[in-house]
Design a protein around this ligand. Sequence first.
Ligand SMILES: Nc1nc2c(c(=O)[nH]1)N[C@H]1C(S)=C(S)[C@@H](COP(=O)(O)OP(=O)(O)OC[C@H]3O[C@@H](n4cnc5c(=O)[nH]c(N)nc54)[C@H](O)[C@@H]3O)O[C@H]1N2
Ligand SMILES: Nc1nc2c(c(=O)[nH]1)N[C@H]1C(S)=C(S)[C@@H](COP(=O)(O)OP(=O)(O)OC[C@H]3O[C@@H](n4cnc5c(=O)[nH]c(N)nc54)[C@H](O)[C@@H]3O)O[C@H]1N2
Ligand SMILES: [Mo]
Length: 706
Amino acid sequence: MCGLLIEHDGHRVSSIRGDEDDPLSRGYICPKAVALKDLHEDPDRLRTPQKRVGDRWQDVSWDEALDDIAERIAQIQKRHGTDAMAVYAGNPTVHNTGAMLAGVTLFQTLGTRNRFSATSVDQLPHMLAALEMFGHQLLMPVPDIDHCSHLLILGANPLVSNGSIMSAPGMKRRLRELQRRGGKYVVIDPRRTETAAAADEHLFIRPGSDGLLLAALIHVLYAEKLAKPGRLRAFTDGFDELRSLVEPFTPEAVAAATGIETATIRRIARELAAADRPCVYGRVGVCTQRFGGLNGWLIYALDVLLGCVDQVGGMMFTKPAIDLVALGGLIGQKGHFAKGHSRVSGLPEFGGEYPAITLAEEIETPGENQIRGLISLAGNPVLSVPNGRRLDTALENLDLMVSVDLYRNETSRHAHYILPPTSTLERSHYDLAFHVFAIRNTAKYTPPLFEAPAASKSDFQILMALSDRIVATRDRGLVALGSRLAGRAAVAMGVERTLDLALRAGAYGTGRGGLSLAKLREHPSGIDLGALTPCLPDRLYNEKRRILLTPPRITVDMKRLVAELDRARDNGLLLIGRRQLRNNNSWLHNSLTMVKGRDRCTLLMHPDDAAARGLEHGTRVVIESRTGQVEAPLHVTEHVMPGVVSLPHGFGHDRVGTKLSVASKHAGVSINDVTDERLYDQLTGTAALNGVPVHVHARARRRSPT
Ligand SMILES: Nc1nc2c(c(=O)[nH]1)N[C@H]1C(S)=C(S)[C@@H](COP(=O)(O)OP(=O)(O)OC[C@H]3O[C@@H](n4cnc5c(=O)[nH]c(N)nc54)[C@H](O)[C@@H]3O)O[C@H]1N2
Ligand SMILES: Nc1nc2c(c(=O)[nH]1)N[C@H]1C(S)=C(S)[C@@H](COP(=O)(O)OP(=O)(O)OC[C@H]3O[C@@H](n4cnc5c(=O)[nH]c(N)nc54)[C@H](O)[C@@H]3O)O[C@H]1N2
Ligand SMILES: [Mo]
């Protein structure tokens, strides 16, 4: 979302800088922006459709690839049923306007229930809380970072991530401004992250114990009569029930399990209650753990009790120029949960998707509706879902696999076809998704910088063409013709006209001078639509337009949290992840700018734990779990909690058959070779990527032959 100023000669980029005039990013950029040049010019980036014949790859024409794929999909679905085809949509899908729009069409055409995405290794718990408490899965509140006075951050590292479900380029400056205006921020994280190091206070927490801490904070607010929901009280239900739900969670009861002292827990609660404009925010670290579902809800519930939901300087809702929340509401797509359950393990669907941890078993397990074919769109699940090795093997057995991807990487190497889209600089961009979660309302449209090569296709064109051919192959009757014409119309409309229509129909589109695509074209740096403003109860989407503080479909899981109070704890090591400024999940490691310098795929361990195992800084160690083992150099540091070790995710580029000449020289190992698909949040099926029990020992010396 950062505004970029790119200098070029028509083909090659000579410089990339931040755009001072961008109303959201105000001149800030991060290394990912600079990597756009490498990405665009990368000789390894695929430019023509690829067909795999055995171990060999051939260039083929679009027509040959698309026709054959459509034919094989039709055969699979005819022989084994509609659900025998599956789709996995990766993270960049939501950063790509065309993929987002056409993805919907393609998935509908396929008609399969077997849909998966990165949501269930990421933000699903926040979405469930939004759905159950506010009535819409996308109505997630965002910290009003530029106006809050006291921010409590759990399980997020915005100085590196730039804020997530808090699109906020230039986080360093924003956090410094918060401190300069007399405010403060506190970080709760098992690692002293970049964000934690610059905070007013940092507290280590035992991985996976945030639910206990959050319940205790709420307990203190009730016990000390500090709850102050203010104007929210008029349209919120469940205050008494919440009080009784958190009854067992005294600070005394949770201190040992969380690793945070009783007095500190009380102080944190009191400081939040005393703050002028408090704000409690949690992200990936609280979602991808054993109590992710409860955490997502407890954080919003705490915010309601503090009266900071929908309050300037609190947790606010956006009013974007293209409002996916309102559009979803209009077409009855507010989200749903547990409408069905997965075939093998019986885990709940969310928003029409099953948890990514079930993808491998759904491919492996014979029976009706077994997955036989997969379309992977902008995803690299072999490196991004727990026990990636299991999925790696499962993918080999598919009758058909298609990857729509820029690279032949750890996942797409298994495909029968790889369909490569145009590069980011060859397509237009309007951020449909991330304006919905931005800390300020702005709008910006970016036309393609370079003309796309003649025989190339954008994600939008690929997905629409595929959808079109699937319909045509399936049957040649009237329905097919109708659907085909509708598809053609959508292609003819294209991304630009769809955006224009949506902008005009949006909140800022009416009247003279209203927003339109033409208007955005006149303002290439973007248009400021102002700070976030209160909008409740009007913007609530449940029937009675009330906030449900204790949604029963979430609170049922509280008995599991109660049981946690008495759970015996061993003192083994727990593994957590680590995002880095020059990583973007698994896929920017083929840019030299992003990987040069010393090896970053290291295991962090506290000095006490290293000493107890006789391990020294810099040695190579083996990290072992139920699912497998990997080796990494040891980095001994006090920046990680005793009992916790940390490895970044997205590495592990040493697999054969990829085409990643730079990444494979900086391969590292994949943390998801040791994370465990059997560890998950039982309420939602979200993967527990953090808090994985592991053993760490020195690499066994090779025995000399005797
Ligand atoms: N252990 C551990 N695992 C994690 C996480 C963690 O913190 N710890 N984080 C999780 C999170 S939050 C996420 S979002 C997931 C991400 O999981 P995924 O989305 O599965 O993985 P990515 O690494 O983002 O892979 C993106 C793929 O899209 C391709 N691509 C990039 N841009 C485009 C484009 O414009 N079009 C197309 N068609 N393809 C494109 C890239 O080449 C790459 O193959 O990983 C999760 N996995
Ligand atoms: N540079 C860069 N930016 C990115 C990405 C990237 O890969 N690189 N990825 C993007 C994506 S897909 C996403 S989803 C966002 C994520 O954005 P963030 O959530 O801000 O990013 P993380 O660094 O994963 O932060 C999670 C934090 O949770 C901590 N943690 C782990 N376990 C626990 C626990 O049990 N309790 C608590 N309290 N904390 C815990 C970790 O130590 C880590 O600091 O970032 C986005 N931005
Ligand atoms: Mo993510």
